[in-house]
Design a protein around this ligand. Sequence first.
Ligand code: AMP
Length: 335
Amino acid sequence: MTFARLGLIDPLLAALATLAYKTPTPVQTQAIPAILAGRDLMAAAQTGTGKTAGFALPILQRLATEGAPVASNSVRALVLVPTRELAEQVSTSIRSYGQNLPLRTCAVYGGVSINPQMMKLRKGIDVVVATPGRLLDLHRQNAIKFGQLQVLVLDEADRMLDLGFSRELDAVFAALPKRRQTLLFSATFSDVIRRMAGAILDNPLSIETSPRNTAARSVRQSLVAVDKKKKPELFSHLLRKRRWGQVLVFAKTRKGVEQLVATLQAQGVAADSIHGDKPQPARLRALERFKAGAVQILVATDVAARGLDIDDLPLVVNFDLPIVAEDYIHRIGRT
Ligand code: AMP
């Protein structure tokens, strides 16, 4: 299978060539033709399956070939994501896929000043990637209007519900035009997600590219039994003994994260943290430094559990087990 055979136009094929994507992934092979044909979609796909390109490529194509140019303070495609980090990551990917098309993409999320986002929206944005709360703020302030909306994407829908965005999502659905294409992506499909899908999707095509709620087979898992108090000591011991390289560590609380980072730093280990108490720029900086290799150990709460795409990450440590069992799958899927 090739991207050209899926019916993508030349500007997109040229962008894929520069990104060295040669063969579509299974989710892309199934999603791209269906989305181009205007179908609603319900897709079980985890991060790492190529789902972002799976929805972004056909959406960019439809925006480039159908519909009126975007009006001021308007949006034509809306991608809802659970976290700020994911909003940045997804919008960066969409921009690179659309590099040869005259379409504008931006990310809007909370925790940073709203004014620059309002300024950007003024001229109209083709693809807005947003977290639900900030999107509603912008809508209430008339900075974003939905009259021109053609496509809605819910990315990591299960995660959005876990984070308590259910009411915000309902408010967004109520504000959007009824006639639109809707695409729902979720790593897991609980009954709640299925009910939501039933309410917002119209005769959707269901695609499933990995078995439900199972860990990726390529990830080797091991368990070490230890007293709770001795976890930091054991961690330091294994770090030295096993000569661990880069490690993403998940802890339950923000305090637990900071304690472990302090312990490691006191031992001269380059460690940093990501959690909800940290200002957004500091979170992004920690992630960038980890990706660049300047930080060896990144310790995070579940805010970082899903969606983050880190190349060549050899090891994830569950310092504390997650509260929601499904989060375990997402955490270890970061390798
Ligand atoms: P995603 O699941 O959308 O987060 O994508 C996971 C990673 O796979 C990203 O780093 C993408 O750049 C990469 N990717 C997506 N589709 C392809 C493809 N067809 N060929 C090669 N890499 C891809």
